[in-house]
Design a protein around this ligand. Structure first.
Ligand code: PLP
Length: 357
């Protein structure tokens, strides 16, 4: 830290991303990326000409992509804002909609929420999940704060029903409710249809997980035209060209190919069921995940031991140190082949550990 850093920045505890080793040595199941390539249309959309056009700025309205997203959801293009990953969109939401009354979110949820609250000096109220890691809807009803809920939640994988989300949105008519649907395409109910009834709802989604574009850095907000207008005030005060030319093309093409999207998300759900069953047969408890990861605890070995032993064998998963979840690891669902390798390593680890004990 230099002596020039502002006191606020000096106090920050930045977000720690999952490991991104730059060699290909690992079966990488630690950051919820897709094992599948982007849709074929994404690859053909990016030609040598498009690369030449990088000399020109990108379209600050990202029109081409917003139109495709709007079409997919039956909304108007002015109800969509595209961002440089949903992380950027969420950070705009924190800046736009969290005032003095602050923001409310779960104690165990996406680790970035508390970082943005600190960065923008927003008071944060953390609400403990119940003993089964569920969000208690009553904790968020009529609460007088901006609400942000990851649905399904990470890293637990558990989802609220649409009726439960509606209870939160309806009871907080004078505050914005942000639903972070990074994982919704893997089997949960989206709140998008509530946009027809409520003017205080922002739904945030990403291309990083279900559309195989984590490295394209693409996310979006869906909301009333007025809320999108508010978010655009932040965007145009920060970085008008927030999405690059190639990523705008990628977003439009990925959104267009509905069949490929359904095939990929379907396969992840099948692999999730398969892996869950196999881990349960090995004595693991596994939460009822509606995402592209599972949250599992062995009961025989600690989360940290399991994480380290897997890494030793070439499989990366995510372990969190928070006391409430230290027994667990979060495992991204990959291809069938990757899951079989994970399961084989897990069997070996259990045998080795139990021999040592
Ligand atoms: C992955 C993730 C995001 C951010 O994704 P981007 O890559 O920035 O689009 C946001 N929220 C949750 C809960 C996530 O898991």
């Amino acid at each position: 830290m230099s002596r020039f850093l502002s006191p606020l920045a000096a106090k920050l505890e930045p977000y720690t991303p999952g490991e991104q080793p730059q060699d290909k040595r690992y079966v990488k199941l630690n950051t919820n990326e897709s094992p599948f390539p982007p849709a074929p249309g994404v690859i053909s959309a990016i030609s040598a000409n498009q690369v030449e056009d990088l000399r020109l700025y990108s379209d600050p309205t990202t029109k081409q992509a917003c139109e495709q997203i709007a079409k997919y959801y039956g909304l108007q293009p002015n109800q969509v804002l595209l961002g440089n990953g949903s992380d950027e969109i969420l950070s705009f939401c924190f800046q736009a909609f969290c005032s003095a009354s602050g923001v409310r979110f779960a104690d165990i949820t996406y680790g970035f929420y508390k970082v943005w609250a600190a960065l923008y000096n927003i008071p944060a109220t953390k609400i403990p999940l119940d003993e089964d890691f569920k969000i208690r809807v009553s904790d968020y009803e009529n609460c007088g704060q901006t609400v942000i809920i990851a649905n399904p939640n990470a890293p637990t994988g558990l989802a609220l029903s649409l009726a439960e989300v509606e209870q939160v949105v309806a009871s907080n008519a004078n505050n914005v409710v942000i639903i972070d649907e990074a994982y919704v395409d893997f089997g949960a109910q989206s709140a998008v249809e509530l946009l027809r009834k409520y003017d205080n709802l922002v739904v945030v989604q990403t291309f990083s997980k279900s559309r195989s574009l984590a490295g394209g850095r693409l996310g979006f907000a869906l909301a009333s035209a007025a809320l999108i207008d508010d978010l655009n005030r932040i965007k145009f005060s920060f970085n008008p060209y927030n999405v690059n030319r190639l990523s705008i093309l990628a977003a439009a093409a990925a959104m267009e190919d509905v069949d490929y999207f359904k095939k990929c998300t379907g396969e992840i759900q099948a692999n999730r069921a398969y892996t869950t069953k196999a881990l349960q047969a090995l004595g693991f408890s596994v939460t009822d995940s509606k995402t592209n990861f599972i949250f599992a605890k062995s009961g025989k070995i600690s989360g940290e031991t399991y994480y380290k032993a897997l890494k030793e064998k070439g499989v990366l998963v995510r372990h969190f140190k928070d006391a409430r979840i230290a027994d667990y690891v979060r495992i991204t669902i990959g291809s069938q082949e990757q899951m079989d390798f994970l399961l084989q390593c897990t069997k070996e680890i259990l045998e080795e550990q139990l021999c040592e004990a």
